[in-house]
Design a protein around this ligand. Structure first.
Ligand code: PGA
Length: 252
């Protein structure tokens, strides 16, 4: 059985104390023993707390990821953070292509392409998000949209380059809304994504690929998603901000 990946995307919510106490509480629980089958835990705090978070989790089964970096390596980009800066504090995981970045911060596929190149240059593990809008799904365009999102970005790279990658399928209409796709809808999209990887990179890559679902996962519905054949974990927003909910998701 493939290892499941559970990612907490804290977005712009937790301050220093919230971040540290949540991670410390998680460490206290001795998750290694509690988690019944193998799960990889990744927490994505905000920039100012990445360094300390990474120090605190050292030697544990908790990993830290950044929520963003700039698409250029360095230069006159006031207020931005580069991949190299993150690398220099030991961060080597990044969430790319999140719909909030695509929509609110106008991250185009060209920008995402540059970000992937930077991630590869600095040997980051990439959590790459794709997802259709409500209108696209209503018009039955969801499969076409996801194929296009992958073709214009990830599929520009070779098998070797995309070795350290997982895909998070996050329908835009399900993020932060309390409305989820049904487990059946999620399974069929994940099956489709795996098929696209099979076509592009062959069986070995597609079998190994971890595809996560994200969009209003909570402690009650998590199990229904994680039990689907092609769902290899979850990207959790709101429910990762409540300790007991997140813990229950980990134990699902
Ligand atoms: P949500 O967010 O769980 O609050 O829907 C998911 C995400 O944005 O990754």
């Amino acid at each position: 059985m493939k290892e499941k990946i559970i990612i907490a995307n804290w977005k712009m919510n937790y301050d220093f104390n919230d971040t540290i106490s949540f991670i410390r509480n998680l460490l206290k629980i001795n998750l290694d023993k509690k988690i019944n089958h193998k799960k990889k835990i990744i927490i994505a705090p905000s920039f100012p707390f990445l360094h300390i978070s990474n120090k605190i989790v050292k030697g544990s089964n908790i990993n830290i990821a950044a929520q963003n970096f700039h698409h250029m390596d360095k230069g006159a980009y006031t207020g931005e953070v580069s991949a190299h800066m993150l690398e220099s504090i030991g961060i080597n995981k990044i969430i790319l292509g999140h719909s909030e970045r695509r929509i609110i911060f106008s991250e185009t596929e060209e920008i995402l392409l540059s970000k992937i190149k930077i991630a590869l240059k600095h040997k980051f593990y990439i959590i790459f998000c794709v997802g259709e809008t409500y209108d696209e799904r209503s018009n039955n365009k969801h499969f076409i949209v996801i194929k296009k999102q992958l073709s214009k970005t990830i599929f520009k790279f070779t098998t070797n380059e995309i070795k350290f990658l997982c895909i998070a399928y996050e329908p835009v209409w399900a993020i932060g809304t309390g409305i989820t796709a049904t487990p059946k809808e999620v399974q069929s999209m994940h099956y489709f994504i795996r098929f696209l990887f099979l076509e592009k990179y062959g069986k070995h890559v597609s079998d190994k690929l971890q595809i996560l679902y994200g969009g209003s996962i909570n402690d009650i519905n998590a199990k229904n998603f994680f039990s689907q054949e092609d769902v290899d974990g979850g990207l959790i927003g709101n429910s990762s901000l409540e300790f007991s909910k997140f813990l229950n998701i980990l134990l699902s």
